[in-house]
Every structure is written in C-alpha cells, then in structure tokens.
Design a protein around this ligand. Structure first.
Ligand code: GLC
Ligand code: CA
Length: 513
C-alpha cells in the first residue's frame, strides 16, 4: 500500500476547464502548474487529472486515440512531465486517468483491427465473423468497416471495446481470457502504465474498471484476476504508485482486484446518493438538506458492511462530486454544503474534492452538450477564479470559451471567498487542515457510528479517539452520548458535550477529542 495515501486529499481536475494560460479558451497543463500553489494552499496533496491524451473528443477524452501522447490543446508531453515535477516539489502526487476498456475508433490499433487482412491487431477488439452476424447481448456496430464483421462497443459509438477475452466463451468469435491476443491487450495496457509511471506519474484513476472481461460472472472473477495481476506488477516495480477504480463495488475492486481505492459513486437510490442527491423522485430527501427529512441509516446500511469488509485492504472513497455527477450545489446551499463537507473530510478512506466544489460552483443544467457530456456538461464549466473577465479562467473572447463561465450575479469565485472568513472555501480549507493535523481523521483510523437513529439527528461517529457530531438541520439536536470533558477541536456553528449529552445548534458540526 503506497504510504502517502494515508493522509492524501485528492483534487480532481477536468483539464479543459481549470485554467487557460495561452488565451485559446481551453485549460492547459501550464494552467495546472500555475495553480499548484492554490491547490497546495487549499490543503490538497494529490491530483487526479481527467484524460488528457490525444483524442477526437467525442467523449471528452475518454475516447483515447494515442495513450502515450497528450492532446496538443493541453500542451506537450514535456509540459506534463514538468507538471509531475512541479507537483512533486510541492508534495503533491498526480494520478492520470487510465481508460483500459476501450479506445477511440480512431486509435491506430482499431484502424488496423478493422482491416480485411489479418494482422497483429485483428483480435485487439471484439469482432464477430461476419457483418451479418450480430454480437448477441452486446452493443455493437456493423457496416462501417472493411472487415467482414461487427465490433463490440464499451460505451458510446466512438468507443470500441478492447478484447480481454470472455470468461466462458459461448460463440466461436469469443476468445478465452488466456488467448495470446487477449494477453497481448493486457500487456499493451501495462506498457501504457509503465510509460507514464516512468515519466513521473504516481498512479491512475481507472475508468470503467469492471468492464474488461466480457460475460464475466457475478463475482467478476475474470476482470478482477487481471487487476490482481496489475497490482502484482505495481507492488514489484512501482510500490508507491496508487490505483483507484471507478467501480463502486469495493469487495470486488479492492479485495479481489487489488485496487488500493474504490470510489463510492452516485448511483440512484444508493447510500451515497441518499446523502446529497436524493431528488430524482421530485422530492428532495437528501440527508444534508436542512429540512431534516433525510435519514443517515440509509447511507450506513450500505456503507458500513462494505467498509468493514474492505478496510484491511484498501479505501472506499467519498467524493464531493465528479465530472459525471451533478454538482452538490445543485440542491444544497453553502450552509448545507459545509456540513456535508465536514462529513466527507472526516470519514475513513481517501476524500476526493472536485474542482470548484470548494467554492460551491453551480451545476449549469441548462447548458447544451459539449464533447459527449450531455447532462454531465453542467458540471464541467470553467473554474471561477475571480470577478474579472471570464471569471479569471481565460483572456479569450467569451464566445471562444470551451464552455461558458457561470454568469449568474452571485456566481462564487475563489478571490472573493478567500477574503471572506466564513466562506465555503475557508471552511473546506479548515476541514482539510484539521484532517492533516489529526491522524485519527485520516484514511486508516477506525470508524464506528455512535449515534445514528432512523430519521433522527444528530449523527455522531467515532474515528479512532475522536468523535464527530453533525446536525444538518435547522433545529437544535441532542444525542445521548457521553463525551463530557472532551475538548472541542473544531466546530462549524456550535455544540457541546455535557451531562452525558451532545447538543448541537442548528446546522452545526463539532469534532471532539
Ligand atoms: C466513465 C467516465 C465517463 C466516460 C465513461 C466512458 O464513466 O467517468 O466520463 O464517459 O467512463 O469512458
Ligand atoms: Ca489553453
């Protein structure tokens, strides 16, 4: 296990939208480098950068055309190597986004694979034997290639699935996992990983990590065996490199697949969704809404068993948001976000902050789709740095921006919030600093719910020798928890522990030691 993960706090950067240094309207590597001091001051000591590789950008770069070359719009490979170096100088680790399940339809491997004549790449993707033979049970495309066959997709039309084989082949066009051509796909992906690790990157966020082996069983036996093998390579060659999976199944990802971390993703109706985004039915019952209709046990019932089952092997990670998810500001105001973030930054595992969530950037639902974003586009707008032109993101004309900046009169920005003592930004900064100061609030220390009753408030939990008590509601809340004599080491709002009772004022959080 890479030691640095224990106290890591990640910052996710969507490179298109972070900071533009050459006035072309799109973020770039130099922009990230210029803002490393900002990230460090906020307290984040690790980055995950969304795909920044050469791509036709039909899915914002998740359609990789060349794994070893960066997209010119962000700079050059040397710029990215320099970014690694500058980050390291500041104690910041950098994860790139690895997209192992599919490539762009313009990747050289695919251009070879679709040729009529057999070649080294013919089996790099999954093809049936004839253009009129469907790839039953899969998304597929036919009629577009020289080759007489249809090919399987992993996601959008532009993303043919790489061939890691089938757990139990059912048809003659399905190769077993141990077929030499499927092993060649695995080796090609390891080669990509080594390439970036050798140039100074510190690991990968792995896109659709569960998607490799087709017809895999419920336990994901095939796919997790491949990841286990990757973990062995890392343990041997790059023991400080870290891997986080987009999987949201920590027993599979961590215990079986050997991932160091797995994301707790926002899936409709799940535990994480119940915290901040439970509004799909029309009524908002999110736990962190101040009207107090939420119920923390909906989170705990799902989270706790997964945490218990995986805590010895890795980290099940909480996120504020990501590039696929509506920003939390969509339904939570800053006072609600402060309590939600107090929770995220005091829980076990490694927290991930999505750029802009530290100032409560809005989810711009009304935006038209950009580069395959669709409803995700609203979470991908330019970072709001200050009240100058284009919110300080770029000097280009407004109509040349990658996506429009939020022009709402009350659109938050970093400069204003940094100057305001009680801003969301300063609360996030204080919370992260608290986490760095207190080992018991970091990734490893034990977690236990101490007071968590159906539909009641507050919620009190223990991390090692620390107690955290949260009251997201507008009513005073009390819990029969004895922490008399404990010291309040952090607070939002106010609260106390007296006579065997913890009392929290409305919308408050206290941390006791
Ligand atoms: C993951 C990414 C998403 C992308 C998809 C296909 O879910 O997070 O942005 O579109 O995979 O690569
Ligand atoms: Ca630029």
């Amino acid at each position: 296990m890479p030691k640095w993960l224990k106290d890591a706090v990640f910052y996710e950067i969507y490179p298109q939208s972070f900071y533009d240094t050459n006035g072309d309207g799109i973020g770039d590597f130099n922009g990230i480098i210029e803002k490393l001091d900002y990230i460090k001051e906020l307290g984040c000591n690790a980055l995950w950068i969304n795909p920044c590789f050469d791509s036709p950008f039909h899915d914002a770069g998740y359609d990789v055309r060349d794994y070893k070359k960066v997209a010119p719009r962000y700079g050059t490979n040397s710029d990215l190597y320099r970014l690694f170096g500058e980050a390291h100088l500041r104690g910041i680790h950098v994860l790139l986004d690895l997209v192992p399940g599919h490539t762009s339809e313009e990747h050289e491997w695919f251009l070879e694979s679709q040729k009529a004549e057999k070649n080294e790449y013919s089996n790099r993707y999954i093809w049936t034997n004839a253009a009129f033979q469907p790839a039953k049970d899969f998304l597929y495309i036919g009629g577009e290639t020289e080759r007489d066959g249809v090919y399987v997709l992993n996601f959008f039309k532009c993303q043919p699935a790489l061939n890691y084989g089938f757990l139990e082949p059912q048809e003659d066009w399905q190769l077993p996992m141990d077929h030499p051509d499927c092993i060649a796909t695995r080796d090609a992906m390891k080669d990509v990983m080594r390439f970036w690790l050798d140039h100074g990157c510190d690991g990968f966020r792995v896109d659709m990590a569960d998607s490799l082996v087709k017809n895999d069983d419920e336990k994901k036996t095939g796919t997790s065996a491949i990841w286990r093998e990757v973990r062995e390579m890392l343990d041997e060659e790059y023991p400080e490199a870290a891997m986080v999976s987009e999987w949201n199944a920590p027993v599979k990802a961590i215990n079986q697949g050997g991932f160091h971390m797995d994301f707790y993703l926002n899936w409709g109706g799940n535990g994480y969704n119940s915290l901040m985004r439970d509004y799909d039915t029309g009524e908002d019952n999110s736990y962190f809404k101040k009207d107090g209709k939420g119920d923390i046990t909906r989170f705990l019932d799902e989270y706790t068993p997964r945490y218990e089952a995986t805590k010895e092997n890795g980290y099940y990670c909480l996120i504020t948001c990501n590039h696929d998810t509506p920003r939390p500001k969509f339904n939570l105001d800053d006072s609600e976000l402060k309590i939600a973030y107090a929770f995220i930054f005091t829980m076990p595992g490694v927290p991930f902050l999505y750029y802009g969530d530290e100032i409560g950037m809005r989810y711009q639902k009304e935006l038209k789709t950009k580069e395959g974003g669709y409803q995700r586009t609203g979470s991908r707008t330019p970072m709001q740095w200050n009240s100058e032109k284009n919110a300080g993101f770029s000097t280009c004309p407004a109509d040349a921006l990658y996506l429009p900046v939020d022009t709402a009169p009350d659109a938050p920005n970093v400069a204003d919030q940094a100057a305001e003592k009680d801003s969301l930004y300063n609360t996030v900064k204080d919370l992260i600093a608290l986490r760095h100061r207190e080992e018991d609030l970091q990734a490893d220390a034990d977690f236990e719910a101490v007071y968590a009753e159906v539909g009641k408030h507050p919620f009190v939990y223990r991390r090692g020798g620390i107690l955290v008590a949260l009251n997201p509601t507008t009513e005073t809340a009390t819990a029969p928890v004895s922490a008399d004599g404990w010291k309040v080491i952090f607070s939002i709002g106010s609260g106390k522990a007296e006579n065997g009772t913890i009392t929290l004022a409305p919308q408050s959080c206290i941390v006791l030691k």
